[in-house]
Design a protein around this ligand. Structure first.
Ligand SMILES: [Zn+2]
Ligand SMILES: [Zn+2]
Length: 381
């Protein structure tokens, strides 16, 4: 994501998240109080659910702040994993809270004498919770569509599942008021299961991220398609991805024409990384490695001598040829385990096409014995 667009999105994401959080807080406190004074365990559980959402929202807010900082010297891949670490902690807390609620509700079901019928206040607050959560869903979803933000979209769906949690509570309270007092405790256990499920999936995804799990096949395919669409990319391999918070880090090898210049190859790699950053909102870091040939199985050219030694070899083999002193530039192509040699020679007034052909033939014969040299080309200018 480019810095300026990232800032605008970050501001919008923050505003939507803050408004959702304020409503969550008000609903959470109202549910805890009404649940306590109007005797509904299910409503108390739902209140805890709302307040735990507040913590989740806090982490989202914190994460979008942190990731808008971008990378620094100490954290060169950005600050996305701060969100991940906090999420693991929150997940553990949610599962423990859920277990506590379920245990408490189950205990009370077997001690029918301590159960008292919930009051009408509990029902009113639970109904307001459904309305409030549904409103947050629509509000957040509009922002998600406007900014094509997967994070906000996920938040919106979370609000809708919250509304579902409150529907369970309404059924429990209404049932208890109608005389089926155990229904409130059953609803509390239902809400506890929802909280536990949220905690479990949050924690599981965060742990997968810490284990450097790749993006799914679908997004991998989209990334691949986008890279292959860049002019000059012949193929790619080692497309590796991992997550950091809501961000995706990508590195990839692209195969390009081995005879173009370094600057053109670099240009292609820059276009590839720029394109991924622009097209995928969650991609924040791209490293492109340029390959002149497929080296996925084996780097066959790795053992070849470096330029200094190759030039010494070539000069030694051309020793005695008077024309060898006029070579202006050596270009070496390290391909398929051998070196292709290109020589640049000045074509001056004294040069004749016939003598050029002679020189080329002599050079070729001199280098033919070298097992490392694949081919020779002489360019005259
Ligand atoms: Zn830092
Ligand atoms: Zn490669």
């Amino acid at each position: 994501m480019l810095a300026r667009a990232r800032d605008a999105r970050h501001r919008e994401a923050s505003r939507v998240t803050i408004i959702g959080a304020v409503i969550d807080f008000l609903l959470g406190v109202a549910k805890l109080l009404a649940g306590y004074f109007a005797h509904s365990q299910a409503l108390i559980a739902d209140g805890i659910h709302s307040l735990s959402d507040l913590l989740t929202d806090g982490i989202v807010l914190f994460a979008s702040r942190q990731s808008s900082h971008g990378p620094d010297a100490e954290h060169p891949y950005g600050h996305g994993r701060f969100e991940t670490i906090a999420t693991v902690g929150l997940a553990v807390a949610l599962v423990l809270v859920a277990a506590g609620i379920a245990y408490d509700a189950a205990r009370r079901m077997f001690e029918q004498d301590v159960v008292s019928e919930p009051g009408v206040l509990a029902l009113v607050v639970a109904l307001s919770s459904i309305a409030g959560k549904e409103w947050i869903y629509h509000y957040t979803m509009r922002a998600a569509k406007r900014h094509r933000s997967e994070m906000l979209r996920a938040n919106a769906w979370h609000s809708r599942t919250d509304a579902f949690s409150s529907v369970i509570v309404v059924i429990g309270i209404a049932g208890a008021m109608a005389g089926f007092t155990y229904l409130d405790a059953i609803a509390a256990i239902g809400v506890a299961l929802i909280i536990a499920h949220i905690g479990w999936s949050l924690g599981w995804n965060a742990l997968k991220e810490l284990a450097d799990t790749a993006v799914d096949e679908r997004q991998r395919g989209l990334l691949r398609e986008s890279i292959m669409g860049v002019d000059g990319v012949k193929d790619l391999h080692m497309l590796r991805t991992r997550h950091a918070g809501g961000q995706v880090l990508v590195d990839v090898h692209i195969i390009i024409n081995p005879h173009i210049s370094i600057s053109e190859g670099h240009h292609i790699s820059e276009v590839v990384s720029h394109r991924l950053l622009k097209e995928f909102e969650d991609v924040t870091d791209v490293t492109v490695h340029i390959d002149p040939e497929d080296d996925e199985e084996e780097a066959v050219s790795l053992s070849l001598p470096m330029r200094g030694e190759m030039l010494k070899r070539i000069r030694r083999q051309l020793e005695g040829h008077t024309e060898a002193g006029r070579i202006e530039r050596f270009t070496l192509h390290y391909l398929a385990g051998k070196v292709g040699v290109e020589l640049l020679m000045p074509f001056d007034d004294a040069s004749q096409p016939d003598s050029c052909r002679d020189i080329e033939r002599q050079f070729r014969e001199a280098l033919a014995a070298d097992p490392l040299i694949e081919s020779l080309r002489v360019y005259w200018y």
